[in-house]
Design a protein around this ligand. Structure first.
Ligand code: DX5
Ligand code: ZN
Length: 223
C-alpha cells in the first residue's frame, strides 16, 4: 500500500496573504506545497512566476512542488531551479525535448516530473518513465482551479502506477485537479502518491481543518 500525501495548491489561496495561507496548511501538517505556474499561452490563464516562488522559498522549508503549465519549459527550468523549487513538473504536451529537459532538472538537484493532460494516454510515457521522478495525471484540463474531477482519470492513475512499477519502481504518481473529500479516498486507493487539492482546501471556511480532514481520509487508505 502506498503512503500518499496531500499537497495544497496555493492557486486557490489568498494571493494577498500567501505567507499566512501557507503557514495555515503547514501548521495543519502539509509537507508539500503545490505551486501552479501558468503563462497565459500554454493555458488560458496567468498566475505566478519566479519572483513569487523566490519569495515563498524564503518563508517555508516545505517541499515546493512547482507545476509548470508553460510553453517551452526548456527555456525556463534553470531559473525555477535557482528560485528554490524542490520538484519541477513540465507538461508532456509543451515539451519538444523532454529527455533533455528532465535531465537538466535532475542535474540541478531537483526532482523532475511529467504532467499528462486529460487527452494524453499514459502509454506515451513508456520510453521516458525511467527518466522522470514523477508522473502527474491531470484530472482536469489545466488552467483553472475549482473544476470537476474527470472520471476517466482513475484508469490513468492505475496505468501510471503500473507503468512506473515496471519501468521505474521508485517513481511517484501525482494527481491534480478536482480532488475533494468525496473522491480523495478513491484517488489514493488507485495508487496516487501525491494528491493536489486547491479549491477544496483554500475555498473552505477553515483551510487547516479541511486539510486535516482530507488528510485523515488518506491516512486511513495508507493503513
Ligand atoms: C489546475 C492546477 C491545479 C489546481 C487544482 O490547472 O494545475 O493544481 O490548483 O485546483 P482544484 O483542486 O481546485 O481543482
Ligand atoms: Zn497543478
Amino acid at each position: 500500500m502506498n503512503k500518499a500525501q496531500l499537497a495544497p495548491s496555493i492557486l486557490s489561496a489568498d494571493f494577498a496573504n500567501l505567507a499566512r495561507d501557507i503557514e495555515l496548511v503547514t501548521e495543519a501538517g502539509a509537507e508539500i506545497i503545490h505551486v501552479d505556474v501558468m503563462d497565459g499561452h500554454f493555458v488560458p490563464n496567468l498566475t505566478i512566476g519566479i519572483p513569487v516562488l523566490q519569495a515563498i522559498r524564503k518563508i517555508t522549508t516545505r517541499t515546493l512542488d512547482v507545476h509548470l503549465m508553460i510553453s517551452n519549459p526548456d527555456f525556463m527550468v534553470e531559473r525555477y531551479i535557482d528560485a528554490g523549487a524542490d520538484i519541477i513538473t513540465v507538461q508532456y504536451e509543451a515539451s519538444c525535448h523532454l529527455d533533455r529537459t528532465l535531465n537538466r532538472i535532475k542535474d540541478g538537484g531537483v526532482r523532475a516530473g511529467i504532467a499528462l493532460n486529460p487527452h494524453s494516454p499514459v502509454h506515451l510515457l513508456e520510453e521516458i518513465a525511467c527518466v522522470c521522478d514523477m508522473v502527474l495525471i491531470m484530472s482536469v484540463n489545466p488552467g483553472f482551479g475549482g473544476q470537476s474531477f474527470i472520471a476517466s482519470s482513475m484508469k490513468k492513475i492505475m496505468k501510471a502506477r503500473e507503468l512506473l512499477d515496471s519501468e521505474n519502481p521508485g517513481g511517484l504518481v501525482e494527481v491534480d485537479g478536482g480532488i475533494n473529500s468525496d473522491n480523495i479516498a478513491g484517488v489514493a486507493g488507485a495508487g496516487a502518491d501525491i494528491l493536489v487539492a486547491g479549491s477544496a482546501i483554500f475555498g473552505s471556511t477553515d483551510p487547516a481543518a479541511e486539510f486535516r480532514s482530507m488528510n485523515s481520509v488518506i491516512e486511513k487508505v495508507n493503513r
